[in-house]
Design a protein around this ligand. Structure first.
Ligand SMILES: Nc1nc(=O)c2c([nH]1)NC[C@@H]1CN(c3ccc(C(=O)N[C@@H](CCC(=O)O)C(=O)O)cc3)C=[N+]21
Length: 286
C-alpha cells in the first residue's frame, strides 16, 4: 500500500504558488486577493476558515475575512456579495457553506461574479466544467485530480466509481474523471444505487464522498484499487473518513488518509484558483 500524502502534496503546491504569487505581485503592484465570508459561529466552519486564511498568508495571497452574524438577512448578505464583486482588489470570493437556516445559499452563490468564483460552485463554472470549457473548478475534486496526477496514477481506460452525487464533490468529480485526457470510465453511485458493494468492487479508482464514517468497508474494494477518501466525519473518536482505512490498507494499491489526504488539497486548490482568477481578471492568460 502506498499512502497518498495530501498534506505534503498541498505543502509542495503552496511552495510552488509562493513564487508565482510573488512574481505576479511584482507585475501588478498588488497581490491576489481572496474574500472569505463566514456567516455565524459554527465551530467546524471557523476551523476551516482559519485554515484558509493561514494558507493565504503562507502563499502571499491577501485575505479579507467577513463575519456577518447568523441573524444577517438574505438582502444584507446579497449586498455584501455585490460589494465584494465590485472591489477591484478582490480576485476570489468564498462564502463558507453551509449557511445558517433561513438563508438561501443557491441565490447567494448565483450572485457571485463568475470571474471571482474560486469555489467553482456558480452555475457558469459548473456549466463550463460540463461543457469542457476552461474555468474555475470546484476545489475538492480538483484536489483529487491533482493527487492522481502527482502520484502518477493511471486513469485512461480505468474504471472509476464515485460514491456520492453532491454538487460540490460527486457530480463535478465524475465529470473531471471522464474528461478527455483523463479518460476514466465513470460510474456515479448514490443513496439509491442498487448493490453499491458490487459497483464499488468494479472500481480501479474509488472516490468516496458520502459523508458517513467508515461507510465503505474492505469487502467493497477490489484488490489493488486506488482509494480516495473525501469524507470528513466528526466522530467521538475524532475525524474519520468515509472508508474503513485500517481494514483495507493492506488490500489497496494506494489510499488517502483522513486527516492528511484530500482536505489539505482542497485548500491548496483554493489558492490555485485565486491565483488563476487574478491572472485572468488582469488579462494575463494562465
Ligand atoms: N464555500 C465552501 N467551500 C469549501 O471548500 C468548503 C465549504 N464551503 N464548507 C465546508 C467544506 C469542508 N472543507 C474542508 C477543507 C479542508 C479541510 C481540511 O484541511 N481538513 C484537514 C483536517 C482539519 C481538521 O482537523 O478538522 C485534513 O483532512 O487533514 C477539511 C474540510 C471545505 N469546504
Amino acid at each position: 500500500m502506498k499512502l497518498i500524502d495530501g498534506k505534503a502534496t498541498a505543502q509542495t503546491i503552496r511552495e510552488e504558488l509562493k513564487t508565482e504569487v510573488a512574481a505576479l505581485k511584482d507585475r501588478l503592484g498588488r497581490a491576489p486577493g481572496l474574500a472569505v465570508v463566514l456567516v455565524g459561529e459554527d465551530p467546524a466552519s471557523q476551523v476551516y476558515v482559519r485554515n484558509k486564511i493561514k494558507a493565504c498568508e503562507d502563499t502571499g495571497i491577501v485575505s479579507k475575512a467577513f463575519r456577518p452574524e447568523a441573524s444577517v438577512s438574505q438582502a444584507e448578505l446579497e449586498d455584501l456579495v455585490r460589494r465584494l464583486n465590485a472591489d477591484p482588489e478582490l480576485d476570489g470570493i468564498l462564502v463558507q457553506l453551509p449557511l445558517p437556516r433561513g438563508l438561501d445559499s443557491q441565490r447567494i452563490l448565483d450572485l457571485i461574479d463568475p470571474a471571482k468564483d474560486v469555489d467553482g460552485f456558480h452555475p457558469v463554472s459548473m456549466g463550463r466544467l460540463t461543457l469542457g470549457l476552461p474555468g474555475l473548478r470546484p476545489c475538492t475534486p480538483a484536489g483529487v485530480m491533482e493527487l492522481l496526477r502527482r502520484y502518477d496514477i493511471p486513469t485512461k481506460g480505468k474504471k472509476a466509481v464515485v460514491v456520492g452525487r453532491s454538487n460540490i464533490v460527486g457530480k463535478p468529480m465524475a465529470l473531471l474523471l471522464a474528461q478527455p485526457g483523463v479518460d476514466a470510465t465513470v460510474t456515479l453511485c448514490h443513496s439509491r444505487t442498487r448493490d453499491l458493494a458490487a459497483e464499488c468492487r468494479q472500481a480501479d479508482i474509488l472516490v468516496a464522498a458520502i459523508g458517513k464514517a467508515n461507510f465503505i468497508t474492505a469487502d467493497m474494494i477490489k484488490d489493488g484499487a486506488v482509494v480516495i477518501d473525501v469524507g470528513m466525519n466528526r466522530t467521538e473518536k475524532g475525524l474519520a473518513g468515509d472508508c474503513d482505512f485500517h481494514a483495507m490498507k493492506d488490500k489497496v494499491a494506494a489510499i488517502t488518509p483522513v486527516p492528511g489526504g484530500v482536505g489539505p488539497m482542497t485548500i491548496a486548490m483554493l489558492m490555485v484558483n485565486t491565483l488563476a482568477a487574478c491572472r485572468r481578471r488582469m488579462g494575463l492568460e494562465s
